[in-house]
Design a protein around this ligand. Sequence first.
Ligand code: AMP
Length: 411
Amino acid sequence: MTFTELGIIEPILKALKEEGYTHPTPIQQQAIPVLLEGKDLLGCAQTGTGKTAAFAIPILQNMLKGYNSRDKKKIRALVVTPTRELAIQIADSFTNYGRFTGLKNTVIFGGVKQGSQTKELAKGVDILVATPGRLLDLINQGFINLRDVEYSVLDEADQMLDMGFIHDIKKIIAKLPYKRQSLFFSATMPPDIVQLSQKILGDPVKISVSPKQATAERIEQEIYFVAKKDKPALLYHILDETNYFSVLAFTRTKHGADKVTHFLHKKGIKAEAIHGNKSQNARQRALKNFKDGSTHVLVATDIAARGIDVDDLALVVNYDLPNVPETYVHRIGRTGRASASGKAISFCDGEERAFLKDIQKLIKQEVPVISDHPFPDDGTIVASQQQPKPAKGERFKSKSTKKQNTYRSRR
Ligand code: AMP
């Protein structure tokens, strides 16, 4: 299947060619025809599947086809997404795919002064990409009116709910015209998300794309059995031995991410944490530093890592194994993007062995175990559970003393 066969018009085809897209991804193959017909869409898909182009391309095409000079400088398409990082990426995508259409977009998000954003809005835009808080704020101040919106996209809905945006979302939806095409995307579909989608969508076409096996097959994976207390030292050992330059490490908690980062700093490794407790600016800075190579290790929680699109990611480390197997696939998909291959290493302590079982069942693969490392573990859980918390400054001691110490991350 090609983009021409999907009925994409010439100005957009030309831009896609320049982007180097030869074939539509599975989600694009499914979503584009439905959206070109003007139907509502409920999409269960994660970032990394080509989801942005799956909605941006048909929206651009529909807008261009239905263009009327009276529409100039009216916000006809609105995309709401939870984080600033995602908002910027989506707006960039609209700019790239729409560069020969003459349609203009702008992006607004909180955590920065609003002056430059309102200036752009005043010039007039066709497509607005926004995070919920700043969008409502600028609507309330009279800088934005949603009465002309014909296409609305709610992106990463589950993350939006996790971040507590539900009331903002409901207020935004209430300001949209009744007659419009609505798109709703979420990586997971728990009951509260399904409920929200029903409030927003008419009679949607449902599509679901899982990158599961395809991703897992492309990526070289390894498991290290290690006691919880030895995880920091093992991480350092691997980074030290291999000289990996661009590593994304996942922890289960924000606190855990900070702790690992702090430990790596002390060991002289350039690391930064990215998670929900960091300000927008701090997150953006950490991402920029990682992308330009000034930080070598980015330690992230799952939610903060959504939307991180880094080319040339050398290695993903599952410092903590996730208890939801799909999350494992999502995480390792950060390396080996598009058609590249990648590598993912997972630490597994005694408590996490059950998670590993579920993961292997999902990916239908037995992940090779690396036992030749300085901190092998036989899977006993007792030690990390029962030892007292070490006094401040006693953690991460040299190898000779580390056996008496315990590293515990607060869940
Ligand atoms: P997304 O899921 O929208 O974040 O996209 C993930 C990555 O895939 C981005 O880097 C896109 O540029 C890339 N991408 C999207 N569609 C295609 C395509 N048809 N061919 C090649 N790369 C693509």
